[in-house]
Design a protein around this ligand. Structure first.
Ligand SMILES: Cc1ncc(COP(=O)(O)O)c(C=O)c1O
Length: 387
């Protein structure tokens, strides 16, 4: 009955089954896989932001496929505050970054068309691509004490069949960003092969060093689509508002915008009240981001202290984002690690969920409540001690 766009097997995997069973048994879980800010006391929308949804302008319906001009200007203002020039005419509002990806898969590729994706990275690419009937080919990020783009792997993966190269920075979960030479190589390869750049910068405000993210906004050589949204910028995933900034050479940019507008017109998926409220919602990002930064620093420090006492554990250095990758002994598979920890009521993701190719990686969210995070990490250290 179901199309081949869906997975053959819709049954949950062993880890998800055990998680469900632990929840059903009423276990007091220490959830270090939680990335929903509204579940950990970090939701960005207070009563004032919610009140901004109730404005008279929200009672009218005057749809614009790209989103109303005033809301697009607010998005341009967000970039201006980061020193980046964005023309509101080149902003397309969507319901989420996931929707932005699906629009771009449809915009750039025929069924079967190929996109390159980083590995390890965000696990939702695969099902989104499958649903849209496009093919993903990985290029590797390599670790040698720091994360780098594996340039050989990118060059090998890139051919004339590639419609777009996805980059995530800071990447989830490695927290890595491309350096200047890597960005140059990527742009040159895309130009040579006629591929677009799709830059997911949802964590762009959460770099750890003094340097702000070197954004792909302003990339003029190659058709470029920069994705972000309220989910991570403001801690408001429930508002369902994301955006695409379209850059690149003027003629290709204009063609891409016409195509995106046509696709968005079929859905008109962003609600009017959220667009009307956008100035107030985006204005709330400052206090939200300050609280998240404080949480990230506190949890990272706790992780650092616990790991320092256990030489068999290592936190992989990162430049940003909301996650930490913990290296654990390969005496058991990362799946077995995650299952063993779940038996002890600690929820972490095994590395293979994110396409780590070798064993010994656990992915931890850095935004859980500090008490929960600390207790969870202490339990990981206990389990490591007896492994
Ligand atoms: C790298 C990355 N991109 C996109 C998203 C999804 O964002 P949205 O809630 O806007 O769909 C996430 C969510 O965790 C993410 O980690």
């Amino acid at each position: 009955m179901l199309s081949g766009r869906l997975p053959h097997d819709l049954e949950p995997n062993a880890w998800a089954r055990l998680l469900e069973a632990r929840r059903a048994a009423g276990a007091a879980l220490l959830d270090l896989a939680e990335t929903n800010p509204t579940h950990v006391g970090l939701g960005g929308a207070g009563l004032e932001e919610l009140a901004a949804l109730a404005q008279a302008a929200g009672a009218r319906y005057e749809p614009d496929p790209r989103g109303c001009r005033a809301a697009r200007e607010v998005v341009a203002g967000y970039y201006a505050a980061r020193g980046l020039v964005v023309d509101p005419e080149r902003v397309v509002l969507t319901a989420s970054t996931s929707e932005s990806y699906t629009h771009l898969f449809r915009l750039l590729a025929d069924p079967g068309g190929t996109f390159l994706v980083p590995a390890p990275s965000y696990p939702l690419f695969e099902p989104l691509a499958q649903l849209e009937g496009v093919t993903l080919r990985p290029y590797r990020l390599a670790w040698d004490g720091a994360w780098h783009l594996d340039t050989d792997s990118l060059e090998r993966a890139c051919g004339d069949d590639v419609r777009g190269v996805i980059v995530v920075q800071p990447n989830h979960p490695t927290g890595s960003c491309l350096d200047g030479a890597e960005r140059e190589l990527l742009a040159a390869l895309c130009r040579r092969h006629g591929a677009a750049i799709v830059a997911d910068e949802v964590f762009g405000d959460f770099t750890r060093g003094a340097e702000p993210l070197a954004s792909f906004v302003g990339e003029a050589r190659v058709p470029t689509f920069v994705l972000s949204g309220l989910s991570k910028v403001c801690g408001m995933p429930q508002m369902k508002l994301g955006w695409i900034v379209v850059d690149g050479p003027p003629a290709e940019r204009a063609t891409a915008l016409r195509g995106l507008e046509w696709i968005a017109d079929l859905f008109l998926s962003v609600s009017t009240p959220v667009q009307v409220a956008l100035p107030r919602l985006l204005a709330a990002r400052g206090p939200f981001q300050a609280r998240v930064r404080e949480r990230l620093a506190r949890n990272l420090a706790a992780l650092g202290r616990l790991v320092a006492a256990r030489p068999e554990l290592e936190v992989m250095a990162a430049q940003g984002g909301w996650a930490a990758v913990l290296r654990v002994p390969r005496l058991r598979s990362d799946e077995d690690w995650a299952l063993a920890l779940l038996e002890r009521d600690v929820v972490v993701h095994p590395g293979h969920f994110y396409d780590f190719t070798d064993e010994g990686h656990l992915v931890l969210s850095l935004i859980p409540e500090p008490d929960v995070f600390h207790a969870g990490v202490a339990r990981i250290a206990e389990v490591a001690a007896v492994t």
